[in-house]
Design a protein around this ligand. Structure first.
Ligand code: EPS
Length: 386
């Protein structure tokens, strides 16, 4: 079983993740993870914090000589901003925690709900962990999963399909074409015309003291039929993918395949008819199911879309109530991004990679990569024979 936990505050010393269950013998280099971390930091519309950080990973356990050991892997990403926050965020009782106290909750953030839950009088105790800074750790973890999936011939590609009021044209689902169309994009968008309009919208939002959300799509290529299970609710892969993506900060909706659009169509128009060819086995001419039927992959590309709401920290703040005085106030203004949909798309890739890697390990087991690959190979052979 693959599992992981992350820890770390946004302005704390470091972010940490511990991964357990990764097979031994997987080649893993810091640079490979750093490339994904850099992708997450980019995207037009990010704020000043990203000029301070240059996220790089350090392995503290579980990797030796460039190969995983099969023991727990500890990943660490330093917060460069710690230099500016070591007093305010000090774990010691004689630190400066009385400074930069936040008492004006931002509507839409975890601020008020979190303070009520944990009985905090300083919202900083909430926002430091609810912040999307935590996703740097999840991208590092997802990169390890992505490396494992490469060994099994599975690739994960995300793209931004909407920012604010601008929608990208549907475009190709072919992996190579999609990657080529996105090369050089500042928004991980495969439609250059739409991208120009998206950038203009972000500029407008910045001027207006507002923020923008959007929709990103994650495609998983090379996934064989039979991952996940219909047999129990918590083994259904669509449910696990939806939970993983929904848990990304500011995501408010997830759909797989036709998703919400299927609800309004006739049953004959939303399924994928079944065909068979000697060379390719069972296949479909359409992919309305988004590659998953009954919680199980069906051999088609897994296609998932997520809606991200606009970031709740606004430079032109909304009305709120002070946590302590209970007086009407304007919500606090923290430094923030204008639009982080491209970053969320990279995070989406990471969490989808993790769930699919976990399903692969469940299907084919393996304490070592060699054993996993043997079992995987046999399973693929069987698939072609049926
Ligand atoms: C965030 C606020 C900003 C973002 C941050 C998420 O941070 P700060 O308050 O330090 O300027 O930059 O995102 C990251 C640091 C990151 O790495 O993605 C928030 O309030 O959630």
């Amino acid at each position: 079983m693959l599992r992981y936990l992350t820890a770390g505050e946004s302005h704390g010393a470091v972010l940490t993740a511990i991964i357990e269950g990764m097979p031994a013998g997987l080649s893993l280099a810091g640079d490979y993870i750093n490339r994904q971390l850099a992708r997450r930091q980019g995207g037009y519309g990010r704020g000043a914090r990203m000029k301070i950080e240059s996220d790089t990973v350090r392995f503290l356990s579980g990797v030796r000589g460039g190969l995983t050991l099969g023991s727990p892997i500890t990943l660490q990403v330093e917060n460069k901003d710690w230099d500016n926050w070591s007093g305010v965020m000090s774990p010691e009782p004689d630190g400066r925690v009385g400074e930069r106290v936040v008492t004006r909750p931002r509507p839409g953030h975890a601020d008020l709900a979190g303070a009520m839950k944990y009985r905090h009088g300083d919202i900083r105790n909430v926002l430091e962990r609810s912040s999307a800074r935590e996703t740097a750790a999840r991208v590092a973890v997802g990169s390890v999963a992505r490396r494992l999936l490469e060994e099994l011939g599975i690739k994960i590609v995300g793209r931004v399909v909407r920012i604010g009021g601008t929608e990208a044209v549907a475009g190709s689902l072919d992996m190579e074409e999609l990657a080529a169309e996105m090369a050089g994009s500042q928004l991980q968008c495969a439609d250059p015309d739409a991208e120009q309009r998206m950038i203009a919208e972000i500029d407008q939002a910045r001027k207006a003291g507002d923020t923008l959300g959007g929709i990103f799509e994650i495609n998983a290529y090379g996934v064989p039929a039979g991952l996940g299970s219909y047999a129990q609710w918590d083994r259904k892969l669509d449910g696990r993918l939806a939970a993983a993506v929904m848990s990304i900060q500011a995501v408010k909706g997830v759909e797989i395949g036709l998703g919400f659009a299927a609800a309004g169509q006739a049953g004959s128009l939303v399924q994928d008819e079944i065909f068979y060819g000697q060379d390719r086995g069972f296949y479909r001419m359409t992919n309305r199911a988004g590659g998953i039927e009954g919680g199980v992959t069906n051999g088609e590309v897994v296609v998932l879309r997520a809606a991200m709401k606009p970031i709740p920290t606004l430079y032109r703040p909304l009305r709120s109530i002070d946590l302590i005085t209970k007086e009407p106030v304007e919500a606090s203004v923290e430094r923030s991004d204008i639009c982080a949909v491209p970053a969320a798309c990279v995070i989406g890739e990471a969490v989808v990679a993790w769930e699919i890697a976990a399903a692969c390990v469940e299907k084919c087991g393996g304490d070592s990569l060699a054993e996993l690959k043997d079992n995987w190979h046999n399973y693929l052979l069987y698939q072609r024979q049926v």
